[in-house]
Design a protein around this ligand. Structure first.
Ligand code: ZN
Length: 896
């Protein structure tokens, strides 16, 4: 043996490797957006040690990874983690001493420095760390229910970095294998089935779970606490899935019974989804979890779907709204098991592939299983709501480029969900439902357990339909461009034929600074009457500024609906004579088209083409509809008039008289109590009318009836708790709001006290709405202060604050309160909710001075609050548009 020679060779090898490294090792800076591709995770083993009674937890993340090139460091994510030990072992089992360092604190970017250059190849990295339970409902967080602590997770969008160090970006899909070491008396669940249990020393046990299918970090989930675990009906095998799938409900202790109704409806939803996708449910179990505090409505973690508790804990006393919401949201989250979980977008600019699809699919499944829920109308209402935001200059595109973490947080908006769903609906109609489904099926099959982009979807649809570039371009014109198209239509007779002339531009409200010149590829479908009373439909892809369509069989006296079935994502503006003929035939139109008509009235009013008199003239005919959605379609505009336009007693009397005439007989007919066997829709209509008439229009007779219910609800039972069940559960919110306004301090006192001994989520929401509605200034102030009090959960703060700005005085007081308490508010709710903050505290503003003050107050905070820049721009723009519209109003129009 010759040591000298060996030494020389080794030294030589080292110098060669350093030389190579100098050329090849990446010389880069901390990536604040996407991570570089030269270090790729292959699999994770995550071991957590969690005791909900403590204030922090510990973990160990073992990450198998591949270096695609020689490197002396790698980048990853980790936020608020105390990493105590990190090792890197190469494929020859040689360990290298490496170091974990925070690289960008605010963005949660970290680096592992190798101290030397390591060659390309496979490595195993183990990071041991501890972390506090998050206080803002992100990552691994702690909540309490009836005094007992629970731990749950919420990783989407970019909060997995709080839970474990890793490559927190959706393009990196790998298997995750979890273990949870918990105190013996605690229940623990994760994405997959438990495969082993090991008793440990001192009252701990370690539960191990099966490896997941390849998942992005944002879908990893677990929960620890004294949960009730309830078996639901098994989901039987289908032609798409060979084995039975177990279904369970996970509820806070003592609440297990109440999760059963949600479980009962789940197998049918899964089966319907499988039939659509032609692809079996791909995960090994379904757990639905009712979370005692939650930032969103629900989260589609594969195998462990988490929901805000009010959507899961139901009984005969639950508000009809929650019962229906439970079904809708379950359908939405389960649709994500395919859209998002099986096929995932590579980056957040394509989050619409998850959310638009789940929203659209939720409507399809609901329509199939519960046609009486009228999901078709909900989809249209969603589109009409999105069109309001989409007319702002500051609005996002469906596929908005991501320039920072703020853009990721603000991507979860009405454009992504409701506009996205409406655009899918429009192109489904254009291609035909069967062809569209064929495209979706091949998209899922081709990209299963991997990533796919918008282009992948568009090309799958193009292939299935045999359509060319014109179709792809049309679809992209809605995805990559903001705004709502406005289609102007005029019918004329030319050489004995009825010709419909079409023109397109961007819909812009009065006072907008936007440019109307914009082109889409719009599938325009028109329904029109022909001789003999029949109706026909004609469709055309309008992808030029102007076009025309011959309507065979139409005559000069035909009516036409420019958006057949309201399936198109566009607004329309008809020649006056044409509109008059349509108005005359309104009741012959299907409900879908009556909603499109209502939107045309709203759009015309927003643009300044129609005045308040025109809105009031159109309202009664719609209000007569037997269909709830149509009957209430103009209520938001009537509320706007009440809030921003009514300035004199005479105006108020006119609006009140109209609202009374249109809606009071209907409410009286429904009565204030539930009736045995009544439809869910009757319960929802009763709640909507009672709220509008009691809180907005303030009809004394309605307030009196609700106050009687509120008074009863505020009486104490023998156990010292309020008798909240004495009120109709659908009216409890409104009844408590009337009670705090009429009774003042005594009602506010008992409601604040009730917060500490009421855990039922729907009742808590009603109490918070009631407190928020308090009008006397001292009481209103006490209510607002509760937003900073632990009595109110973090996820409940916005319900309280939003309710407190219903009138001008409340808006003013909320703003003042916010300017004094913003630091505490931000600290409690978390900086990542900053995008929603301007709307929360200054929404519904309607003057130049409010726009100015919100601007000057928020400007210095923008750097600190990711997403607040867009939130501010939109709230400010809405305020200015509202101001312009208000100034344009002729006071006399309300008196006609
Ligand atoms: Zn979703």
């Amino acid at each position: 043996m010759c040591t000298t020679r060996r030494f020389t060779l080794a030294a030589l090898a080292l110098s060669i490797s350093s030389f190579n490294a100098a050329a090849a090792t990446p010389n880069d800076t901390a990536p604040l957006g996407k991570l570089p591709r030269w270090a790729l995770p292959l699999a994770y083993q995550l071991d957590f040690r969690v005791d909900p009674r403590q204030s922090e937890y510990s973990g160990s993340a073992t990450i198998d990874l591949e270096l695609k090139q020689a490197a002396d460091h790698l980048w990853l994510h980790g936020q608020d983690l105390s990493v105590v030990k990190v090792t890197l072992t190469d494929s020859k089992n040689q360990a290298h001493a490496v170091q974990y360092k925070v690289a960008a604190q605010k963005e949660g970017v970290a680096t592992v420095e190798f101290g030397q250059t390591l060659p390309a190849g496979r490595y195993r990295m183990v990071l041991e760390y501890s972390a506090p339970f998050n206080q803002q409902l992100e990552g691994v967080y702690k909540v309490s229910s009836q005094g007992a602590p629970y731990v749950i997770t919420q990783m989407e969008a970019i909060s997995a970095r709080y839970a474990f160090p890793g490559f927190d970006e959706p393009s990196f899909k790998t298997p995750f294998t979890l273990s949870l070491t918990v105190p013996e008396n605690q229940v623990a669940v994760a994405n997959t089935r438990q495969v082993a249990e090991q008793k440990l020393e001192q009252g701990w046990r370690k539960l191990s779970f099966a490896a997941t299918k390849p998942l992005p970090t944002y879908l990893v989930a677990f929960a620890v606490g004294p949960w009730d675990v309830v078996d639901g009906p098994q989901i039987p095998a289908t032609q798409w899935r060979a084995q039975t799938t177990p279904l369970r409900g996970i509820a806070p202790h003592g609440e297990g019974e109440r999760i059963k109704p949600a479980l009962a409806q789940t197998p049918a939803i899964i089966t319907a989804l499988e039939d659509y996708f032609g692809f079996g449910y791909p995960f090994d179990k379904v757990d639905l979890l009712a979370a005692p505090d939650f930032a969103a409505g629900a989260m589609e973690n594969p195998g462990l779907v988490t929901f805000r508790d009010y959507l899961m804990l139901l009984d005969a006393n639950s508000p009809a709204n929650n019962v229906r919401g439970s079904f809708n949201v379950t359908a939405h989250e389960l649709a994500h098991q395919w859209f998002g979980d099986t096929v995932t977008m590579p980056w957040w600019d394509d989050i619409w592939l998850n959310e638009a699809f789940a929203t659209w699919m939720q409507a399809k499944i609901t329509q199939q299983l519960h046609p009486e829920y009228r999901a078709d109308l909900e989809l249209i209402n969603g589109a009409n709501y999105a069109m309001q935001s989409d007319s702002l200059v500051s609005v996002r595109k469906i596929r908005q480029p991501i320039t920072g973490n703020g853009d990721i947080e603000t991507a979860f908006d009405g454009i992504t969900y409701q506009k996205g769903a409406a655009v899918l609906n429009m192109f489904e109609r254009y291609l035909g439902a069967d062809t569209f489904r064929q495209g979706v099926r091949s998209y899922i099959k081709q990209h299963q357990f991997a990533n796919a982009t918008a282009d992948d979807l568009v090309s799958a649809l193009a292939k299935a339909s045999g359509k060319d570039q014109r179709f792809s371009k049309a679809m992209q014109s809605f995805l990559d461009q903001a705004g709502v198209p406005l289609v102007e239509t005029t019918l004329s007779m030319e050489n004995g034929k009825a010709v419909l002339h079409l023109k397109q531009q961007r819909y812009l409200p009065l006072g907008s600074a936007g440019d109307a010149k914009r082109l889409w590829g719009i599938p325009v479908c028109v329904r029109y009457s022909v001789a003999g009373g029949d109706a026909k439909t004609q469709c055309e892809l309008l992808d030029q500024a102007q076009g025309k369509m011959v309507l065979p069989g139409a005559t000069a006296s035909s009516w036409y609906m420019p958006n057949a079935d309201a399936a198109g994502y566009y607004r329309f503006d008809m020649a006056r004579a044409d509109l008059a003929r349509l108005t005359g035939s309104l009741t012959q139109l299907p409900d879908t088209e009556q909603l499109a008509y209502a939107d045309a009235i709203n759009a015309g009013f927003g643009r300044g083409d129609l005045d308040a008199a025109a809105v009031l003239a159109a309202a009664p005919q719609l209000a007569q509809s037997a269909t709830r959605e149509v009957a209430t379609a103009l209520i938001p505009t009537l509320k706007w008039l009440e809030k921003h336009e009514v300035r004199s007693d005479a105006q108020r009397e006119r609006l009140t008289a109209l609202a009374r005439k249109m809606y009071l007989p209907r409410l009286q007919q429904l009565g204030y109590q539930r009736r045995a066997g009544e439809s869910q829709d009757d319960a929802l209509l009763r709640a909507a009318l009672a709220q509008f008439l009691a809180l907005d229009i303030k009809l004394p007779e309605v307030r009196k009836a609700l106050l009687a219910q509120g008074d009863k609800a505020l009486e104490k039972n023998a156990d010292g708790k309020l008798d909240l069940a004495a009120a109709n559960p659908d009216l409890l919110r409104t009844a408590l709001s009337v009670a705090t306004q009429e009774q003042g301090t005594p009602a506010v006192d008992v409601l604040i006290k009730a917060l500490s001994n009421t855990s039922e989520p729907a009742q808590r929401m009603a109490i918070l709405s009631g407190l928020g509605a308090a009008t006397a200034s001292a009481n209103a102030q006490r209510a607002r202060n509760l937003a900073l009090d632990p009595l109110v959960k973090v996820g409940e703060m916005s319900t309280l604050l939003r309710a407190s700005r219903e009138d001008g005085e409340g808006r003013e007081a909320l703003w003042k309160w916010f300017t004094l308490n913003h630091e505490q508010l931000i600290k409690r709710s978390g900086e990542t909710s900053g995008g929603r903050l301007p709307d929360l505290v200054a929404g519904d503003s309607c003057s130049q001075s409010e726009a100015d003050r919100m601007n000057s107050f928020f400007q210095p905070l923008l750097k600190q609050l990711p997403g607040a820049e867009r939130g501010l721009a939109q709230t400010r723009e809405k305020t200015l548009l509202c101001t312009a519209l208000r100034e344009k109003q002729d006071p006399a129009a309300l008196l006609h």
